[in-house]
Design a protein. Structure first.
Length: 425
């Protein structure tokens, strides 16, 4: 596991040679199944959001394929680079809320203007990473507030699993039972893989798998020349950059901390910025570190040995990249999977992350308890101010309340955050 290097902006890493050397040992049934589940999660519902946004912008099939190629191809590449370089389960993908806000953006901006905003957004994120601001902020934040934010942001996956059992009792219910039975009786077979396989059998038996009809032809990507405008900078680029930093990166850094890793916050921000710029030139809204998929691949479902869980991110990266290259063919098949099955498996895979975040956030020996509670409920809410979603405001509210109610002095938070982080590990 890489140790944090405070002497430079970009954290040191074991390196690609060591990551590749140890990769065969990191590829086991647990890591492969966790990486596959993460890929299915990222290539199902989120892909439909992107396709819907492209339809709202009246993009051609070639432009839509280019968008999917950018975010999935580069997202997979980010997973491979970060996992192999740092030997940590760090996943790349794209901002799902960022894709959602594009539907409204197309009402005010042309696609070339939006593409220009994508590039400017990546530049903002890159600048924040190169200055080292994100790394300092994450070290400054008290651990209970970060962990409470993670619990609040991820709890929706647990609630989604429960709702999926209600929506499809046979499919989702059998998957959940298989998960817990496997957890109870054996450690050799990954519970999340058992849940997926049993759920698939139930879906096939009930005729619930039907090839989705998606209006994407297998055509060559069509790239768009960007147009840079000040209006698109403030209307699209700034909110998108805020989502990447305040939602995706913050969540991913937090879940890695909850699982005992020392995440390279600056490097994660830098590669998210580079991914945003390159994806923008390809016609995609961003390629960055992914919060939910990092949570799945860093959880205990990827294996008991934390040092080998990066294999799950490698598997996810390969599958993500392949999906991007074959988007026109792959989308209908992935979307054919029942949504309740995807929801229940994703929720079950995050149980370990949620437990760890709650334990670290609300341990009796931790400080900032009131601030942590406020961070929890804000992250659970649907609040959205200035285009920035709940996880970011959860951190802000948690810090403010901690200073006011828990009487934590702002200048002392750096030391407190570092001590709590070490104690949590």
């Amino acid at each position: 596991m890489a140790e944090r290097d405070n002497s430079g902006i970009i954290e040191r890493a074991p390196g690609f040679r060591e990551g590749l050397r140890d990769l065969p040992g990191a590829l086991n049934l647990s890591s492969i199944s966790a990486g596959t589940v993460a890929a299915i999660f990222g290539c199902s519902g989120p892909a439909l959001i992107v396709i819907g946004a492209a339809a709202a912008g009246k993009l051609s099939s070639g432009q839509t394929v280019a968008w999917l190629l950018a975010i999935y191809g580069l997202g997979g590449l980010i997973s491979l680079i970060m996992a192999l370089r740092y030997k940590m389960p760090i996943n790349g993908a794209y901002s799902i809320p960022g894709a959602a806000i594009m539907t409204a953006a197309f009402a005010s901006f042309s696609f070339p203007e939006v593409v220009g905003a994508f590039i400017m957004s990546g530049a903002i994120v890159l600048l924040l990473g190169l200055t080292g601001v994100i790394g300092r902020v994450m070290r400054w934040l008290p651990m209970p507030i970060v962990m409470a934010m993670i619990a609040g942001a991820m709890i929706r996956f647990g609630v989604g699993a429960v709702n999926s059992v209600s929506a499809a009792p046979l499919i989702a219910g059998s998957a959940a039972i298989a998960f817990f039975v496997t957890m109870r009786f054996t450690k050799r077979f990954p519970p999340v893989l058992a849940a997926l396989l049993v759920g698939l059998v139930a879906a096939i038996a009930t005729g619930s798998i039907q090839t989705a009809t998606v209006n994407i032809d297998f055509v060559a990507p069509e790239f768009t020349t960007p147009v840079f405008t000040l209006a698109a900078f403030f209307g699209v680029a700034v909110p998108l950059a805020a989502l990447v930093i305040g939602a995706e990166n913050a969540q991913a850094i937090g879940v890695l901390m909850a699982e005992g890793y020392k995440p390279p916050a600056n490097a994660m921000t830098v590669i998210s910025g580079i991914g945003g710029i390159v994806a923008g030139f390809m016609g995609g809204h961003n390629a960055n570190i992914a919060g939910p998929m990092t949570a799945i691949c860093s959880s205990e479902q990827a294996g008991e040995d934390r040092s080998k869980r990066y294999g799950a991110s490698v598997v996810n990266g390969v599958l993500f990249g392949a999906f991007g290259l074959l988007a026109g063919v792959a989308v209908p098949f992935v979307l054919a999977l029942p949504k309740p099955l995807i929801a229940v498996v994703a929720g079950l895979a995050m149980i370990g992350v949620l437990l760890s975040a709650l334990q670290h956030g609300f341990s009796r020996h931790q400080g900032s308890q009131t601030g942590a509670f406020v961070a929890l409920v804000v992250a659970m809410s649907s609040i959205k101010l200035f285009g920035i979603s709940a996880p970011f405001w959860a951190l802000v509210a948690g810090v403010v309340v901690s200073i006011l109610a828990d009487r934590v002095q702002a200048p002392a938070m750096v030391a407190q955050g570092e001590v709590e982080a070490e104690a949590a590990r």
